[in-house]
Design a protein around this ligand. Structure first.
Ligand code: GDD
Ligand code: MN
Length: 394
């Protein structure tokens, strides 16, 4: 037993894993409440991607249904599966960006985790980009040969048609489906511009196309957009709205933050609502009965205006809850009532700031208009700060 016990074979130290083919493709799957789709997605990808060294990255926004647990459970058996669990964050686009930036694979793909996207397309998409003929490959629901029949959402198909036309104008690239959530590109293309992507909303492909300065050579793959396997869609009510917010964020978001702009817009609408409610109170609710009763004109006006202000504030609360803070939306009677009460306090303090700072400026000799305007802005900022922290803070 004198011979050498172990002979170092050349390269043995650099090949610690059995299957040491270098990683080629990372498939990023943003998830929110997809627990029951996770395992079947991995199985399908494994079946379709024979001969490709892949990894799957679930980017889960701390789904209450335990999607992250399920993904980690699979990861224990199959280290090609990874899970990023994000806490206190929501959003398809930002999840996709973080997933794509978290891999060493030279190519990255993003797709839905609910089986609406067919992973069989990935092979051809990878080939198109790897060959160097194309900078990006994506699956289109509206290309020749594609179908959306199984989707069963004619309303969404129409909304997509209008949004697509706007999108094509913005990016300068003619795509049949710029809102698609299924695409593949070199990781380097993404990383080079990742810091300039807005990460708001869901239209990540559109954002990439609008952000990368040179025109990309894009290859379209017709997709048979399937019905969702388990669970329900998260992009229902506010898809078109999010799209517009995304455009705003792209062009002006750096000057006036998107959320504050939304908050301010809602506030401006509230002014109109207050006038309208005041008119309704004075003309339709109080009306002649009160005029001929013993209500003084001032009492009438002040009561009507108080009600109108409460109506406007409630309107602002509801709209902010649905739109401005849609990612932190309060639900259920208790949380809504508490939120409404907190919002009332925030508005009152905002109003004090508003009127107070205008009074100070006026006393300092500023023009009325300037004093009022600065008061409005300061009041809004203060209101916004309080609301962000206390009403929609957690
Ligand atoms: N991490 C994370 N955070 N994932 C999310 C979020 C979120 O806030 N919202 C949705 N997702 C995940 C879902 O779990 C799913 O895997 C994928 O993103 C698509 O979400 P769906 O809720 O299934 O979207 P859809 O089918 O209604 O919308 C389809 O059309 C859009 C354009 O009209 C999808 O194909 C989208 O990708 C596409 O942009
Ligand atoms: Mn879906």
């Amino acid at each position: 037993n004198t011979g050498p016990q172990s002979v170092e074979t050349p390269g043995a130290d650099s090949a610690p894993v059995a299957d040491a083919r270098p990683l080629e493709l990372a498939i990023v799957l943003p998830t929110y409440n997809e627990r029951r789709n996770v395992a079947t997605m991995v199985e399908r990808i494994d079946r379709e991607l024979k001969g490709i060294a892949w990894e799957v990255i679930f980017v889960d926004d701390n789904s209450p249904d335990g999607t992250s647990d399920e993904a980690r459970h699979i990861s224990l058996r199959d280290p090609r599966v990874r899970c990023i669990q994000r806490i206190g964050r929501r959003g398809l686009a930002s999840a996709a960006i973080e997933g794509m930036c978290s891999t060493a694979a030279p190519f990255v793909a993003v797709m839905d985790a609910d089986h609406q996207h067919d992973p069989a397309l990935l092979v051809g998409m990878l080939e198109a980009v790897r060959s160097g003929d194309y900078d990006l490959a994506y699956a289109s629901r509206f290309a020749e040969g594609a179908s959306t029949e199984a989707w069963g959402r004619p309303d969404r198909v129409k909304a997509s048609g209008i949004a697509n036309r706007i999108a094509n104008k913005v990016t300068g690239v003619e795509l049949t489906d710029p809102m698609s959530g299924f695409f593949l590109l070199p990781a380097e293309t993404l990383r080079a511009d990742a810091h300039r992507l807005s990460g708001v909303g869901f239209k990540i492909l559109l954002d990439i196309l609008a952000t990368v300065d040179r025109p990309l050579r894009v290859k379209e793959f017709p997709l048979n957009f399937a019905a969702r396997a388990e669970g329900e869609s998260k992009l229902d009510q506010t898809v078109v709205f999010e799209f517009l917010v995304g455009l705003y964020d792209k062009w002006l978001g750096r000057i006036i933050p998107t959320r504050f702009a939304l908050f301010g817009t809602v506030g401006a609408l509230g002014v109109i609502v207050q006038f309208a409610a005041l008119w309704v109170m004075l003309h339709l609710v109080f009306g002649e009965r009160f005029v001929y009763g013993n209500w003084s004109e001032n009492a009438l006006f002040n009561t009507a205006n108080t009600v109108a202000a409460i109506v406007a504030m409630t309107f602002n609360f509801v709209l902010n809850n649905e739109l401005t803070y849609s990612d932190k939306r309060l639900r259920g009677f208790g949380p809504l009532l508490r939120g409404w009460a907190q919002f009332t306090v925030a508005c009152s303090l905002g109003l004090l700031t508003n009127v107070g700072s205008a009074a100070v400026l006026k006393a300092m000799g500023f023009h009325d208009f300037v004093a009022v305007l600065v008061g409005i802005v300061l009041g809004a900022v203060w209101n916004f700060a309080l609301s962000s922290k206390f009403v929609w803070g957690k």
